[in-house]
Design a protein around this ligand. Structure first.
Ligand code: GDP
Length: 423
């Protein structure tokens, strides 16, 4: 049985805890896209972890954690994560697909230089090399993990790659050129670091499927960051959709039976781009503060989040493009202080109201149409049954459920591991 856990919105929906919950019951957890440019926060008996690259099953002895071929693998970052787990006595089971491509130090450099060149027009990249990495991958000048173990081939490849990179560095960015020997030595040493983990993941998964193993596909960011269906170009560089699990992990499409889409009970986003239900000032600061870790800063970027009310238009769309079979609505506890809670139920675009999520040219003009739901004015942390939530809180969840047209089966009411209500 294969389940995907993915985000409905801009990322930071609280996928970490939901993934952790399902990971406990999974034989295999796979990261299938993205890199270390985002992250989950997991809180368990070993402490609090921000995992950027490692799959969320790393704390379970019975779980195999796979870095799929669709991932941008930053090897020093991976090693740091493994080290910090090691320091707390955790030695996870890890596999890296031999087809996973390597995010090199020059990808990071090009990310930094390009943002510098763009100046005021920059994308607000996390500068972790993700966009240059994926453009090299699709320009067919990427380096697969297996390439690191064939020195002669690697050297020839690098000579060709760096020829063009150096022209760009010299004539476009006006920066020092790269030395082939240096990059080569670095990549060879990276190869040694990951050698114990690199294997034929495709065959392993084929067998696992045959054996009926429980497999979890773990998504990073959310639907609205997808390069095709998201808010382009304020998107990321690899698909954030559950369907991409077929490509980024090598899972046959018909095997992905369950798609759990995570959405927060309000909206938040890091970085630039249209954000229709956004609000500002003291009101935003209050919610950001109440959200604690969930509100204040992105797990990887440390950038303050922009705040918005729940956006039914964006979230319904976000769920549909994922093929959601169920939704986990997180951070309901954060809203307990409000008298009334605005919910964005439509977009006003040039005087016309729509419920369907538009292309960017129109999205930029969209104004939110709000409905106002009564708040519940109490702390709902510690409640373990949906029926025990205050009536207005249940009504809020049910209202959203009707709007997004997908059953909400999980509600979370606190950052801790067991603060999860199964509905
Ligand atoms: P991801 O990017 O979707 O994986 O987001 P994270 O898993 O990093 O979650 C963002 C933050 O929300 C983390 O600091 C979590 O501890 C916190 N969080 C998750 N669920 C809840 C919840 O139900 N209530 C509160 N208050 N915080 C939560």
């Amino acid at each position: 049985m294969v389940r995907a856990i993915v985000g409905a919105n801009w990322g930071d929906e609280g996928k970490g805890k939901i993934t952790d919950m399902f990971a406990e019951k999974s034989d295999i957890v796979i990261r299938f896209q993205g890199g270390s440019n985002a992250g989950h926060t997991i809180i368990n008996e070993y402490g609090k972890f921000a995992l950027h690259l490692l799959p969320s099953g790393v704390c379970y002895k019975h779980t195999m954690n796979i870095i799929g071929n669709g991932v941008a693998l930053n090897i020093p970052n991976l090693m740091n994560e493994l080290k910090s787990l090691g320091e707390r006595g955790i030695t996870p089971n890890i596999m890296i697909s031999e087809r996973t491509q390597i995010l090199t130090p020059y990808h990071v450099l090009f990310d930094v230089y390009e943002e510098e060149r763009l100046g005021a027009k920059q994308f607000g990249s996390t500068k972790s090399g993700i966009a240059p990495f994926y453009s090299d991958k699709y320009s067919k000048i990427g380096i697969q993990a297996a390439d690191l173990f064939y020195p002669q081939r690697l050297r020839e490849k690098l000579e060709n790659i760096l020829e063009v990179k150096n022209l760009i560095l010299k004539y476009i960015y006006n920066k020092p050129e790269l030395d082939v020997d240096e990059v080569y030595e670095q990549l060879i040493s990276y190869g040694e670091m990951i050698r114990p983990y690199v294997t034929n993941v495709f065959e392993y998964l084929q067998q696992a499927l045959k054996d009926g193993k429980n497999i979890l596909l773990e998504g990073q960011l959310g639907s609205l960051r997808d390069p095709d269906f998201g808010i382009y170009p304020y998107s990321t560089s690899s698909s954030t959709l559950a369907g991409f699990g077929t490509v980024g992990a090598g899972i046959p499409p018909h095997e992905i039976k369950n798609v759990t889409v995570v959405s927060k009970a309000y909206s938040s986003a890091v970085g630039a781009g249209p954000f229709v239900s956004e609000f500002f000032g003291d009101e935003a600061e209050e919610l950001r503060k109440r959200g604690g870790d969930a509100g204040e800063y992105g797990a990887t970027t440390g950038r303050p989040r922009r705040m918005g009310w729940f956006d039914c238009v964006a979230s319904r769309y976000g769920c549909k493009v994922q093929g959601a079979t169920e939704v986990a609505l997180t951070c309901i506890d954060v809203l307990g202080y409000l008298d009334t809670i605005p919910v964005c139920v439509g977009y006003d675009i040039d005087g016309e109201i729509t419920k369907s999520f538009p292309v960017n040219a129109l999205l930029e003009k969209a104004k939110p149409v709000f409905e106002y739901l009564p708040g519940w004015k109490c702390d709902v942390r510690g409640i373990t049954k949906f029926e025990d939530l205050p009536e207005n809180c249940r009504k809020y969840v049910e209202f959203i459920e009707r709007e997004i047209e997908v059953p909400i089966k999980i509600v979370t009411n606190g950052p801790k591991r067991h603060e999860i209500i199964i509905k």
